[in-house]
Design a protein around this ligand. Structure first.
Ligand code: S3P
Length: 439
């Protein structure tokens, strides 16, 4: 794709529904008997993977027009007797969070994935679920990690657990919460830092017995989930983030993005950008089961900041685009505690370094703390403002790397190219057409 610079923008736009909430909405609706209408629902490669799995498990799925989906739920136990083979495609969320439900079913599952997901670690869900008595055939004491396919056999009885997680991961937390719906006693989960809480919020909407006390999640068996019958999904903050940054770094510009999810456990980027001097206004705020609002941004003179490890979980998917913003900020921005970026769709630390350098950015990364290589964390530093040049960007087959690089190219004032953009369909199929409408 050729990337042409944009001089300025002044527009009101809308980005697609939230990906994380879309996964949870269809999954939890499947676990509640009867019909639930989800409108709007994100249609992308990742959410399609979840839908395909649910269909194979016997859940009724009917698309109504382009933006709605009607789910006919089966209850907590899917109506299957024989072994089911599922495929999560490239969607880590699909595989990790569904596994928490599948380990409690009365049938075996061979859970496969596409090549890119076969390289991503699954020990983080397999090991704690095994403590809850889940029965994985690929459990191995000696293995450093576990990779797909997951071979899940029925468990005699899922037991409650008490977890103090080492990594703040909403996918791991969600898998454990889902498994806890099948255990008789209370499961407690404590995270090192709060990760996105969409599962907790959606389960509350379905009247599940889940409570958060002093930052600890308490969850137990739910005889039934009660569907609210209609679910509205706000726009995806992670997709909005690319345009929030674009509006800030282009000169003489103003951009309003409508109905964006501003859940505090997701929108950490806003807090960091405001510290950088960004002109951001939150307007028309609505408090639904998830809060959402219009986000108005104006061209801003950004200055460098330090970002602490405790801030990372609430902006885990926005580090690539934050580093783009840092190229336009005066001074050295350092983002601490970003080790998890190494196990996303690609090693995003390497991807950020490669693309920022290609455009003339000054960037470095390295390890910090810890005595052993596995306990060390990572940081990224970006020094701005950069002297930009035409770049040949690489997507590394990662949607967020591709979109961040395109925004960098658009705002750099130079013409650039990127090798591949098909990966963008994972979360934001309309990205290119929306960007085109801004020229
Ligand atoms: C997600 C959680 C995050 C995030 C991913 C989606 C989710 O992953 O990076 O894009 O929907 O729960 P981790 O939980 O592994 O941090």
């Amino acid at each position: 794709m050729k990337i042409k610079p944009i001089a300025k923008i002044n527009k009101i736009i809308k980005v697609p529904p939230d990906k994380s909430i879309s996964h949870r909405a269809v999954i939890i609706s499947s676990l509640a008997r009867g019909k639930t209408l989800i409108k709007p629902f994100l249609r992308s490669d990742d959410t399609r993977a979840t839908i395909d799995c649910l269909k194979k498990l016997g859940v009724g799925v009917k698309f109504l027009g382009k933006i709605s989906v009607l789910i006919r739920g089966t209850g907590l136990y899917f109506p299957k007797k024989k072994k089911v083979t599922l495929n999560a495609g490239e969607s880590g969320t699909t595989m990790r969070i569904l596994t928490g439900i599948l380990c409690a079913q009365k049938f075996a599952v061979d859970f496969k994935a596409a090549a890119a997901l076969n390289k991503r670690p699954m020990g983080r869900v397999v090991w704690p679920l095994t403590k809850m008595n889940a029965n994985f055939m690929n459990r191995s004491q000696r293995a450093k990690d576990i990779y797909p396919p997951l071979l899940i056999r029925p468990s005699k009885r899922i037991k409650a657990g008490k977890f103090k997680l080492k990594i703040a991961s909403a996918q791991v937390k969600s898998a454990l919460i889902f498994a806890s719906l099948y255990a008789d006693k209370i499961t407690t989960i404590k995270e090192p830092y709060r990760s996105r809480d969409h599962t907790e919020r959606m389960l509350k909407l379905f009247k599940a017995p889940i409570a958060i006390k002093k930052g600890v999640i308490h969850s137990k068996s739910a005889a039934n989930l009660k569907s609210p019958r209609k679910i509205f999904i706000p726009s995806d903050f992670s997709s909005a983030a690319f345009f929030i940054v674009l509006g800030l770094i282009l000169k003489n510009s103003k951009l309003t993005i409508k109905d964006v999810n501003i859940n505090p456990s997701r929108a950490g980027l806003l807090r960091v950008l405001k510290r950088m001097g960004a002109k951001i206004k939150i307007i028309n705020k609505k408090n639904n089961y998830e809060p959402y609002a219009d986000i108005e941004v104006k061209s801003s003179k950004l200055k460098a900041v330090e970002v602490k490890p405790s801030e990372i979980p609430a902006m885990i998917d926005e580090i690539p685009i934050l580093c783009v913003a840092a190229c336009f900020a005066k001074g050295k921005t350092t983002v601490w505690g970003v080790k998890e970026l190494k196990v996303k769709e690609t090693d995003r630390i390497k991807a950020i370094k490669t693309n920022l350098k290609a455009a003339g950015g000054k960037v470095s990364a390295g390890t910090c703390g810890g005595r052993t290589s596995s306990s060390r964390d990572w940081f990224i530093s970006v020094r701005g403002p950069a002297k930009f040049k035409s770049a040949k960007f690489l997507s590394f087959s990662d949607h967020r790397t591709a979109m961040s690089a395109i925004i960098l190219g658009v705002a750099s004032g130079k013409s650039s190219i990127i090798d591949d953009t098909t990966c963008i369909n994972k979360s934001f199929p309309e990205f290119k057409s929306l960007l085109k409408s801004l020229y």
